[in-house]
Design a protein around this ligand. Sequence first.
Ligand code: NDP
Ligand code: X2W
Length: 346
Amino acid sequence: MTATQIKVAIVGVTGYAGMELLRLLHAHPYVQVVSVHQTTATQETLDQTFPHLQSLYKITPTPVDPVHIMQNADLVFFATSSGVTKTLAAPFIAQHFPVIDLSGDFRLNAKDYAQWYHQPAAPQALLDQASYSLADFYTNDKSYIANPGCYATATLLALAPLAQAQLLDADSIVIDAKSGLSGAGKSLTTASHFITVNENMMMYKPNQHQHLPEIMQQLQRWQPSLAHIQFTTSLLPINRGIFVSAYVKLKQPLTPKAIDALYHQTYADKPFVRLMPLDTFPDIKQVVGTNFTDIGLTYNPITHYLTIVSVIDNMIKGAAGQAIQNMNHLYHFEETTGLNLIAQYA
Ligand SMILES: NC(=O)C1=CN([C@@H]2O[C@H](COP(=O)(O)OP(=O)(O)OC[C@H]3O[C@@H](n4cnc5c(N)ncnc54)[C@H](OP(=O)(O)O)[C@@H]3O)[C@@H](O)[C@H]2O)C=CC1
Ligand SMILES: CC(=O)N[C@@H](CCC(=O)OP(=O)(O)O)C(=O)O
C-alpha cells in the first residue's frame, strides 16, 4: 500500500531543531513542507538566509497564522523556545489539528512546569489535550504530541527495561548527563561563547534541570514506587551528542546475563535502540547524525551498582528525529520512514 503524502508546517524553522526537522523531512517520502514560520516577517526566502539550502527551499518564512496553517497543512511542528506553544496552541487544539511540539510546554503538569520552567503553565484545559510521547514506547491517543526532551530521552531509554520490570532500587538512581552545545539552541550566552566551551567542560543546573521532573513523571508511570533521582547535566565541547551515565542498584539480585537479556527483550522490536555487547560501551560519534539510541551496561559485583551508558544525537533522537518518529506513528507510516540514517564514521 502506498502511504498518502501529508503537508506539514514548521514553526521555529530558523532554530537549530527546526532546521534539523527541515533537513530530515526533505528526505521523507510521504511529507511535503508547505510553510515555515519564524517570529517576525521577512522578505528573504529560506535559501537566501541559509546558503546551505540554496536551490532547495525557495519558501519565505512568515509569522504564525493558525488559520492559514490549518487551511494549508495537515500537521504542524513547533520547534520553538519554551513559553511559545502555551500561548499559540489553543486554536490548533480547539480544532483537534495535529501538533508535534518539540518544546517543554506540554510535557509536565501545570505545577511542575511553573516550578521547573519558572513561568506559568498552559491552561489546564489545553494540557489535558496533550500526550507525552516517548516515540519508542508510543501509546499516544491525542492529536497534540509533546515530544520528549533530549536528556530525558537518553535517560529514560537507559532505564526503561529496569523500571518497566519494577527492578530499580528507589534510593540509588544517579544520572550524570552531558550534552553538546547545540542543545542550548542558537541564542548566544556567556556560557556558550567558543572560548568558554572549547577545550572545557562544566556542570550546570545541578538538581535544577527542567528535564528532571519529566524523567520522574515517565519513570513513575513504569515503576510507581520511585520518588527521586540524582540528576546532573554538563556541557561538552562538541556540537552534537548526549552521553548519559546512569548508576543504579536493583531491588533484587540479577546476574549480568539476566540484566542483558532483559534489555534485549525490551528492545527486541525497537528499531532505533541498539544494544552493545555486555561490558562494552557506546560513544557519542556512533550515533551523531542518526535517530539511534545506543546503550551499553556493566555490573560491579563489589558495589552492586549497574552502570548504564546511553548516547543519542540531541538534535535528532533528542528533538527532530524523534518528532518524525512520532509523526510516523501518528500517520501509521513505517516507524523508520525518513530516518534510515547512518552516522558519519570519520
Ligand atoms: N536543540 C536541541 O537539541 C533540543 C531542543 N529542544 C527544544 O526544541 C525547541 C527549539 O530548540 P532550538 O532549536 O534549540 O532553539 P533555538 O533557540 O535555536 O530556536 C528557537 C526557534 O523558535 C522560534 N520562535 C521563537 N518564538 C517564536 C514565535 N513566537 N513564533 C514563531 N517562531 C518563534 C525562533 O524564531 P526566530 O528566528 O524568529 O528567532 C527560532 O527559530 C526548544 O523548546 C528546545 O527546548 C528539545 C530537544 C533538544
Ligand atoms: C546544552 C543545553 O543547554 N541543553 C538544554 C536543553 C534544552 C531543552 O532541550 O529544553 P526543553 O526543556 O525544551 O527540552 C538545557 O540544558 O537546558
